[in-house]
Design a protein around this ligand. Structure first.
Ligand code: F0G
Length: 461
């Protein structure tokens, strides 16, 4: 078995490069070159790690499944378990916190709320630092260490920061994170501080932080860990592999994810396309992205496209995406007006024939409460999925009997203030109040048995 595994691994690794996605550019860079965008045209890069020879998809599947019971550090990681499709050789020293391995839950109340017979939720908030970022960060920090970087940096709405801080600490690297001051939750800030990162709170919004990161990336001591870095995407694409293993390799009809900077949607799209190319799946699920209404530049662009002429995302001019200058949403994780990976994610949505839409603050808040009632819970940005599914069902883009997987990106404890305010009826975005439609208000009761039982009886009625 070991010999056979090595033979399969041999066929799949060591053949990768960083390639520009812009048509006609042809920019190709080695894996050890510290580039984040194409040096020729400034376009986005992605890693191509196609197998040199075709190995049977069945063999690859079996190899991955055989690792589920192994105690080897790479096998225990839900990312490195799929290393045949990652751009590293067997000697790579992985920086891992045993990320991935996240649950796929049935969510009957959320399904009913959204108008579906069934709904499954893949909870990426169950990663080591409580968000999906860990699946990308394990790969980006492994690459940073391999390149001999001293300092890893990111701009963040909070989760990328917490994740980078943790993985940098594991690798013994300095982490520097740029945050929009006063715009990230206390829990996320606390994590970054706890993991020992240098935390810089900047006057400005996330997009300002991101611009600064792109300038800092020129410094030779610095390695950028935002999702503009194609190694991040390589880690995050493995979520699609893990999901398919959990689905018994039966492709769901629809996948629904929140959209902020658009790394996650790009990565899932890439994961599914690679599986299709190898024959691990026989079709692509429709990939749908949901943005918050007050910061939905990609949903706006999507609505303007003429889908009948099969638009090509790679050929749209940079100006096609009109950035939102003053993003507004209580879902702070996705408060992003100029998503850097919009082209890659739009390409994935168009290829899979999915949709990109936006939902209101009230819809996000109510959907979040429903996900809570399923005993699952998530942070506000993640709840755009269920809110979006409800809209897509109502609009006829998703049928009630289709198989649907929503991706929850962050843990409920990432933003407890939001939860408490919603349930107390005090949640508001600027002057707009959010109704506590499904409010569950804590009650004051006297400290005796009769009072508690009486209260419970009332709630049963
Ligand atoms: N959900 C959560 C909980 C997030 O933290 C983010 C992004 C997204 C969704 C959107 O994912 O950017 O890949 O489209 N958070 C980033 C951060 C921007 O800095 O933590 P995306």
């Amino acid at each position: 078995m070991a010999e056979k595994s090595a033979a399969i691994a041999e066929k799949f690794t060591g053949k990768a490069a960083q390639v520009c996605i812009m048509p006609g550019c042809g920019g190709v860079f080695g894996l050890n070159e510290r580039v984040y965008v194409c040096r020729r045209c400034g376009g986005p890069l992605e890693i191509e790690c196609r197998p040199a020879e075709t190995t049977s998809a069945g063999e690859l599947r079996k190899l991955w499944e055989s690792r589920a019971l192994s105690q080897g550090p790479r096998d225990r990681s839900g990312v490195w378990r799929y290393r045949e499709l990652l751009p590293f050789d067997e000697s790579a020293r992985c920086v891992t916190l045993f990320e991935g391995n996240t649950p796929l839950y049935d969510a009957p109340r959320s399904a009913q709320y959204a108008g579906l017979g069934n709904l499954r939720l893949k909870h990426q908030g169950c990663n080591p630092t409580g968000s999906f970022k860990d699946t990308g960060m394990t790969v980006a920090v492994t690459q940073a260490a391999a390149l001999g970087a001293r300092t890893v940096v990111c701009a963040s709405t909070g989760n990328t920061a917490a994740s980078l801080a943790a993985y940098a600490a594991r690798a013994g690297l300095q982490a520097a994170i740029l945050l929009p001051r006063g715009q990230i939750t206390a829990s996320k800030l606390a994590q970054s501080i706890d993991y020992g990162a240098a935390v810089f709170e900047l006057e400005g919004n996330f997009d300002d932080c991101m611009r600064l990161i792109q300038e800092l990336g020129d410094d030779p001591s610095i390695y950028v860990a935002n999702s503009i870095n194609p190694f991040r995407i390589e880690g995050q694409k493995t979520v699609a592999f893990e999901l398919m293993a959990q689905c018994g390799w039966r492709v769901p009809d629809q996948i629904v994810v929140p959209g902020g900077n658009m790394g996650n949607s790009s990565a899932l799209g890439k994961g599914f396309e690679e599986m299709l190319a190898i024959g691990l799946v026989d079709r692509l699920p429709k990939l749908n992205i949901i943005q918050a209404e007050g910061t939905a530049p990609l949903a706006k662009l999507f609505a303007e496209l003429d889908l009948k002429v099969a638009p090509d995302a790679s050929r749209l001019p940079e100006s096609a995406l009109a950035a939102v200058e003053h993003p507004r949403t209580l879902a702070t994780a996705i408060k992003i007006g100029a998503p850097v990976s919009w082209r890659k994610s739009l390409r994935a949505v168009l290829r899979s024939r999915g949709q990109i839409i936006s939902v209101s603050e009230q819809e996000i808040a109510d959907a979040k409460a429903m996900i809570g009632r399923d005993g699952v819970g998530c942070e506000p940005a993640s709840a755009t999925t269920v809110a979006g599914i409800r809209r897509l069902v109502a609009a006829g883009h998703i049928r009630g009997d289709e198989s649907v997987v929503g991706v929850l990106t962050g843990h409920v404890l990432k933003d407890p203030d939001y939860v408490n305010q919603y349930h107390h009826g005090t949640l508001a975005l600027e002057n707009t109040k959010i109704a506590g439609t499904f409010a569950n208000v804590p009650q004051r009761v006297a400290a005796n048995k009769a009072a508690v039982l009486e209260s419970l009886e009332k709630r049963r009625q």
